[in-house]
Ligand binder design. Structure first.
Ligand code: CAA
Length: 388
């Protein structure tokens, strides 16, 4: 017998997606990554290059005039963009995060209204869940949405909103029944141009500096009632289910950042000579490379399994999404920190890319739920007998 073991080989279609993304990123995204970081400016040229290749929102179904790439292919796109520039990888990642609530729960009419513009690249979509006083504790949010005739009126503030100001559309979670906790939250589409929407100053961050993070304020924002996503008071579950899917994209981002750092370090240690030979000839250096490659391979496999589960809507996606995000982000932090170490003093300077990759990796342990929250989610799945 000559078993094919296809389970451990990506379909040709996915390898083609990787090759196409890498080509665009090598030519158009990677050369601008250092400048995007130092200027802390949204990478408009990378966005244009991703748009031209239809990689800016690959997950949007063909039905809404999107590329219709599945969850695994989308993860691969995000991984490859992150390998070149983590800030740019937030374009496809946040477009998926912002639109996932619509894909999961919105009326056909709402999907038709908003998704084609994201598919064409005319609009980006952000996700407004966290608040100044409600980060991990989502159900503690205080942003209010009050029904008034054919409208809802929103008041409150959201914080840490990725691509805020750049995005034209926002999925906003707000309390429609105060006191009901997770059972009193609803999801809405809010447009940047809606009267009463404003933005805070961009946060000054350690990494992903090319992706603006800002507060979003809602001051008597009146929106038509048909902008409700799904049913009233179903918003918490929509938010959580969205994160089940999109934590996979953060795992992919972490894998890409780590691969970028490992690629750079592996080349560098072969060129750098000390004691009369390349530092790659020393076992101490080899062991660091070996550990990095081994952990990265494990993180990548876990991410792809989680992506397959996301595509199939498997019951254990909650476990796999949280696990892949938690594991891959911890690996990314280790690998990028060791990449800096492998470059020594040079690695600590902005003349080399690995310090940027280390700074960019850090956020993957924090956003879309801290890794402590991931462990809470994972443990609950285990205790509920859902991990077999
Ligand atoms: N799918 C569907 N339903 C879910 C669910 C899921 N994954 N998880 C929970 N629910 C349901 C529960 O079944 C429960 O329903 P019932 O009441 O009908 O039983 C309800 O939701 C409440 O669930 P919990 O009791 O588990 O809720 P909790 O208040 O204990 O919160 C938590 C759990 C895991 C801590 C959650 O609040 C959480 O994930 N926090 C982290 C938030 C987060 O990831 N934020 C990231 C923001 S986005 C971002 O970072 C991106 C950016 O732009 C920067």
């Amino acid at each position: 017998a000559n078993p094919q073991f296809d389970v451990y080989r990506l379909p040709e279609e996915h390898e083609a997606i990787r090759a196409a993304t890498r080509e665009v990123c090598d030519a158009e995204v990677a050369p601008r990554a250092a400048e995007t970081d130092s200027a802390a400016a949204f990478p408009q040229k990378s966005y244009a290059a991703l748009r031209a290749a239809d990689l800016h929102a690959p997950h949007i179904p063909e039905k809404y005039r999107g590329a219709g790439i599945d969850a695994l292919g989308t993860a691969i796109v995000i991984e490859e963009v992150a390998r070149a520039c983590a800030s740019s990888s937030l374009i496809p990642a946040v477009n998926k995060l912002g639109t996932m609530p619509l894909l999961l729960a919105a009326s056909e009419e709402l999907k038709e209204r908003y998704l084609p513009e994201v598919a064409s690249g005319e609009a980006m979509f952000s996700y407004c869940l966290s608040e100044p006083e409600a980060g991990s504790d989502v159900a503690g949010m205080t942003t209010r949405a009050v029904r008034d005739g054919d409208s809802y009126v929103l008041n409150g503030a959201k914080r840490w909103i990725t691509n805020a100001g750049e995005s034209k559309y926002y999925t906003v979670f707000a309390s429609t029944e105060p006191g009901a906790g997770s059972k009193g939250i609803s999801a809405f589409v809010v447009e940047k141009d809606d009267a009463g929407v404003s933005f805070g100053a961009p946060e000054h961050k350690l990494g992903i500096k090319g992706s603006p993070t800002r507060e979003v304020f809602f001051d008597d924002v009146r929106i038509p009632a048909d902008r409700l996503i799904g049913a009233e008071n179903e918003g918490f579950k929509i938010a959580m289910r969205t994160l089940d899917h999109t934590r996979v994209t953060i795992a992919a981002q972490a894998v890409g950042i780590a691969q970028g750092a490992l690629d750079y370090a592996a080349e560098y240690v072969q060129e750098r000579k000390q004691f009369g030979k390349p530092v790659s000839s020393f076992q101490g250096v080899q062991f660091m490379l070996a550990d990095a490659a081994m952990k990265l391979a494990a993180a990548r496999q876990m991410t792809y399994v989680a992506a397959a589960k996301s595509e199939r809507e498997d019951a254990d996606l909650t476990f796999y999404g949280a696990s892949a995000k938690c594991f891959a982000s911890d690996v990314a932090m280790e690998v990028t920190t060791d990449a800096v170490q492998l470059l020594g003093g040079y690695g600590y300077t902005t003349d080399y890319p690995v310090e940027r990759m280390m700074r960019d990796a850090k956020i993957t342990q924090i956003y879309e739920g801290t890794n402590q929250v991931q462990r809470v989610v994972i443990a609950r799945q285990v205790l509920n007998g859902l991990v077999k």
